[in-house]
Write a protein that binds this ligand. Sequence first.
Ligand SMILES: [Ca+2]
Ligand SMILES: [Ca+2]
Ligand SMILES: [Ca+2]
Ligand SMILES: [Ca+2]
Length: 454
Amino acid sequence: MALIFLVLAACTPDPVKPDDSGATTGPADSPTDSRPTDEHSGDSPPDSPTGHSDCQPSTWYADADADGFGDPASPSEACEAPAGAVADSTDCDDTNPAANPGAVEVCDGADNDCVPNAEAGIVSVGTSVYGSIQEAVDDAPEGETVSICEGTWPEVVVVSKALTLHGVAGAELTVLDAGLPAPARSALTIQRAAVRVLGLTITGGTGTMMEGDTWGGGVYAGQSDGVELVDCVVTGNVASFGAGVLGTGLYPAMERLTNVRIEGNSATMGGGGFLLFHAELEAVEVTGNDAFVGGGGTVWYWDVTADAATSIWGNEAEFGGGLYPWDEGHWIGGEIRDNYATSGGGGVYASDDSTVDDAAILGNSTPGPGGGMYVQDAVFSSSNLIFNDNVAASGGAVALEGGRVSFTSCDLGAPPVDNSPDDVAATYAGFTTTYQVDGVATFSCSAPAGCVGL
Ligand SMILES: [Ca+2]
Ligand SMILES: [Ca+2]
Ligand SMILES: [Ca+2]
Ligand SMILES: [Ca+2]
């Protein structure tokens, strides 16, 4: 207010006779404007330093974000525009230079064009707007962010450069739907690029055809430079292998999944939820997926590390309801819980040389061997596993058949959370020996000695 008062005082040095012509402010030396009042005809001051002896004040509006459009809520009266003010009064958000009546509506969570509306159906990169995710991906410079607003996007997307795909309204409202039942189309294909995907639901994919099988129904990241999925949902996809997510980054590239739910995907071969080579999982939930092997997930070569908030639960397979570490796969961490296998290995099944460490294997079941884990003809090792409440026909915790295995510091359960039957069934040369163990044990099993340390 003080500023406005000073401005008004400077512009009206003396009472001015109203201009009955109705004219707006004219030149300072025009007869109309410089006409002195009767009372002060002799001592009227000369023209002000600005060249205006008097004026008709106009209304100005603060333009705090300097986009040329003023804030209707902050008017002021002055002869000339005060600093940072404009004559326009149509800015709907004077804190955002990307919001004004001249702006293009883009997908940024803000009302850009001052037409109150949802952003639904918009994909944008910077100030460019596109009709599909793929068009935006194709046009976006490397390293840019493709912003995807609320809506269901009926397309398949292929990305072959480093980009971020960002579902601005989050995965619940932003859906990439490849539209089953078209054969052999991954919903999102990432080729030899480091791509970050945020806030997207990925569904309806049927995988990429290779050598007679389909791979990566939802996300196909074959030979990627590392794909990051954050706050995403991958659901309702099918493939032979890796129905939800296939990530086979070229070492040392890895996939990183953070706060991702992989749910209700179906593989006819391996990895209902995922098939991964090299990955880090944080707060990942893999549930309700099914497969021939590895209902929740299949780990193939290299390492997949899961944090304690990652859970593979409620999946189903013929072998390995939760997990199937494949050819030299190494699984570390997480919880493998309440999975079911129709033939063996309710939680985990391994028939290739592999390792599983630092995981909790809880409440899994099968009508076959190995409620928690079934290892068949493999060179296999495990450490720091916890087996509780797993149920099977034989080997409630672990069933072994052939091969050479070692278990280090593994908790085989004790009442009231023991496995049933309790606990290890080892079959070598056609003979099965069962071992009941309470608590932590370190042991190894191979022919012809059977299990040593139990
Ligand atoms: Ca403004
Ligand atoms: Ca603005
Ligand atoms: Ca917007
Ligand atoms: Ca036990």
